[in-house]
Design a protein around this ligand. Structure first.
Ligand code: SF4
Length: 535
């Protein structure tokens, strides 16, 4: 290995002038120089030195391979789906999306980021093929009647006790994931919802889901629909629109809003049990606890490794942070949820690299981190590749995102009675629930989390239409002042990039960093640029 590095070193030195990170260090260019103006289209791939360029290129090929396998496994339904669903075309932007997410990444940071991202790509491509093969709109398939379509914020783990059935998060393909890849797709569905009479001042996530339903752009399968009130009352409203349009018997899984309150547990537990009974009655399948325990063990392993990762996040030596951490945790917790052993394998490999980096006192991102931030941010942080940008532009490492703190309690894998309580606690803490919904204490806990993870900064995404958070803006400002955190409110309109552009969001940070902190950017080419036409 050492010999190889010795051989590579002179080549890296000779080609250093093409490396955008080195260019910005020398003041002769930077990361944005590769792009055509306004777009996310790069003129050439990022040169990162021989070894890291190979790591990046191999990951790119692996992702292409997953796409090819997806098309090969269901060529006719996939082709039909491109004609049927507008959102399918947006998946073609995935490669540009991934390239942007990890620009400036080198060494173990890059390696881990790609391992995590490939796990998502291989899982999603399989899911797309499975959904299209069984979609009634496209002719249906052998599993059409065995699928349980459920709201994406319902954790699928509890449905794994139904052997031979397939839980499927309905909004994940047309809305939840794709809004991160393509900033232009959800505005179309938002317009559909508004042209139907939905007011324009509601949460754009819920509005987009409503538009997908009205546009008949959800895949159709299963015998029922499991809807929910999670995470908030806006979701409750969009669930009503969706269930009417989907046209299947539905069971609304309405879990307690005050989910930190132990007195709410019996109510939420009973709701989940009723949902299980509803599935049993409609599909004629008995709940099998042993089958459930198999998957609960995988989920427990996911969470055990996650908690070990948190110990490393608290130190300056974690190669995992930002988008590679938060997007992976969001998908692996909310969507995978113990169902796919591939994610356990990736977790085991990643934690080994993290342990090694800690032992070697590896400082990520070339030691350029200036601030450690706790992020309170939903989807808009992904299509803007925001954490990558804060790192590359201002040296702000996003240590942990609010959604990474979703249900991390362990689930009993022997006794159904105890498991049911654990499962309820776990299910209640789904996406956007921790720190967003559930009372003032729950929201205010953000400071404790930031302190525990040794952060000096809190970045708070101020979704201008989030019912959960609108009322607390002023109070959060006061708290930050009292507790001595650098605190930046980043205005955005979640999935509608027309209201607040990516550059408007970046400007919130630019202003704070230059005017309040009087700091200089690490890479001046990415302080202000137009990417309004990009995916
Ligand atoms: S962003 Fe706010 S309003 Fe929208 S679904 Fe999440 S918690 Fe609800």
């Amino acid at each position: 290995m050492k010999l190889l590095e010795k051989m590579i070193a002179p080549i890296d030195k000779a080609l250093e002038r093409f490396d955008p990170v080195k260019q910005s260090e020398k003041g002769v260019g930077g990361l944005r120089d590769r792009y055509y103006d306004k777009t996310g289209v790069a003129k050439w791939r990022e040169w990162r030195g021989v070894r890291d360029t190979m790591v990046d290129y191999t990951a790119w090929l692996n992702n292409i391979l997953s796409m090819v396998q997806m098309v090969a496994s269901a060529p006719v339904p996939i082709m039909k789906a491109f004609w049927e669903y507008r959102w399918m075309g947006s998946y073609l932007g995935t490669f540009m999306f991934i390239d942007r997410l990890f620009e400036g990444y080198r060494g173990p940071e890059l390696k881990i980021a790609h391992m995590n991202m490939h796990a998502i790509v291989q899982s999603l491509t399989k899911r797309i093929a499975f959904a299209m093969k069984n979609d009634r709109r496209l002719g249906g398939g052998p599993e059409t009647e065995k699928i349980i379509p459920h709201d994406e914020t319902i954790t699928p783990l509890f449905l794994k006790g139904f052997k031979g059935l397939y839980p499927f998060p309905l909004q994940t393909l047309p809305e939840f994931i794709i809004c991160d890849v393509d900033q232009h797709i959800e505005p179309y569905y938002i317009d559909v919802a508004e042209s139907y009479g939905l007011p324009a001042d509601v949460c754009s996530r819920c509005s987009a889901e409503t538009g997908v339903a009205i546009d008949d752009a959800f895949p159709l399968f299963g015998k029922v629909l499991l809807s929910t009130n999670m995470p908030c009352n806006a979701s409750e409203a969009t669930s009503m629109f969706q269930r009417r349009r989907y046209g299947k018997p539905d069971f609304p899984i309405t879990l307690a809003m005050q989910h930190n309150n132990p007195e709410a547990l019996p109510y939420s537990r009973e709701t989940l049990q009723n949902a299980m009974k509803f599935v049993e009655d409609n599909y004629g399948v008995k709940y099998d606890w042993d089958e459930f325990f198999r998957y609960a063990k995988l989920m427990n392993e996911q969470n055990t490794i996650e908690l070990e990762k948190w110990d490393f996040f608290k130190t300056p030596y974690s190669p995992l942070s930002g988008i590679a951490e938060s997007l992976y945790r969001l998908y692996s917790w909310q969507s995978v949820n113990g169902q796919d052993p591939y994610f356990n394998k990736v977790d085991r490999k990643v934690i080994r690299i993290m342990r090694k980096c800690y032992e070697e006192k590896h400082l990520p991102f070339g030691g350029k981190t200036r601030h450690r931030a706790f992020l309170w941010g939903p989807s808009a942080v992904y299509y803007t590749d925001f954490p990558t940008w804060t790192q590359n532009c201002w040296g702000i490492t996003i240590v942990l995102n609010m959604d990474s703190t979703m249900g991390f309690n362990m689930i009993n894998t022997e006794d159904p009675e105890i498991a049911m309580d654990d499962l309820t606690r776990f299910t209640e803490k789904a996406c956007m629930r921790h720190h967003a919904v559930g009372g003032w204490e729950n929201i205010n806990a953000v400071w404790e989390w930031a302190k525990n993870f040794n952060c000096d900064m809190v970045l708070m995404n101020d979704n201008i239409a989030c019912n959960g958070m609108l009322g607390v803006h002023g109070m959060m400002e006061d708290q930050a002042r009292d507790l001595g955190f650098h605190f930046i409110f980043i205005e955005h309109d979640l999935e509608d990039s027309r209201t607040v552009s990516r550059q408007d969001m970046r400007n919130c940070v630019n202003k704070y960093m230059s005017v309040v902190l009087n700091e200089q950017p690490l890479d001046p080419t990415i302080v202000e640029f137009d990417d309004s036409d990009a995916y």
